[in-house]
Design a protein around this ligand. Sequence first.
Ligand SMILES: [Zn+2]
Ligand SMILES: [Zn+2]
Length: 338
Amino acid sequence: MKAIVLDQPGKFRLAQMDEPPAPTPGEALVRVRQIGVCGTDFHALRGEQPFFTYPRILGHELGVEVVAVTSDEQNISVGTHCSVEPYFNCGHCSPCQRGKPNCCVNLKVFGVHIDGGMREFALVPTARLHPSQTLSFEQLALVEPLAIGAHAVSRAQLGAGERVLVVGAGPIGLAVTQFALLAGARVIVMDISEQRLAFCQGLYPTATCVNSGNDALTELQALVSDDLPTAVFDATGNPHSMKAAFSYVGYGGRLIFVGLFQGDVTFHDPYFHSHELTLLSSRNATSADFRRIIDFIEAGQIDLAPWITHRASLETIIDSFPQWLNRDSGIIKGVIAF
Ligand SMILES: [Zn+2]
Ligand SMILES: [Zn+2]
């Protein structure tokens, strides 16, 4: 079979390799059909991904078709189209036992810590496959990035009509915005890129999109005066933005870090205390997030068509990748047909 191997930073190779063996109980052999590309892949390509080893087959946002499975399976059979939940947990550690599989201490993310989906065939645990009868492979591939946003919103437990701020209008911020709107929140989105804000406004006309370039707090207060948002999502992974975000949260509110960076975040404790803030992190997503998103897309409540701005194939992706890395390309989501 064909595979795209990242041999070292900046060096992809189209490789020929053996197909995986027949599945054992609890596994399915899948034919990979569509792959979404995100910041994690770009970081790996640039050699900026911590705890990352080469060579590696990337690909964790996947729309797949089941081609072989043992007779034990109930919901999965040959021909089933699925989204892959790429967080392979151990099932027996303490967080797994406590219903936090997304925080498994032995977590292996398919396409990050272990070889992923940029190959024609792969073995995947059937428990990590989420089928749909109607979604396209492109839609199935985009369930994973949406799930990151959906999980963050479920962490925040938003109330209907609640005022919410989303900092960062990249794909994760867009996903957070999507699910905050579905939860009935009134959403403000901030970014420093006019291009991204315009895209977000087109996608979500009911959101208020604001350029935070000059002074974000002043811009925010101009909109809401002293009635600051009670849930603030930082989807930038930028330490300056994450630190500043504390001051955007109103009394009794929550700050949710969706993005992450490798370092320390500091904050002014008197503000944190006087406002009785709650700080939440959000890691990966859960099976329930995947199933909920598939239901939303099937019901026509989420339109993914505008998200896909760039397309490539197995044959063209190695040449397309450098262009997709360029922020000026206007990329929101690139997908690869395999
Ligand atoms: Zn991703
Ligand atoms: Zn575990």
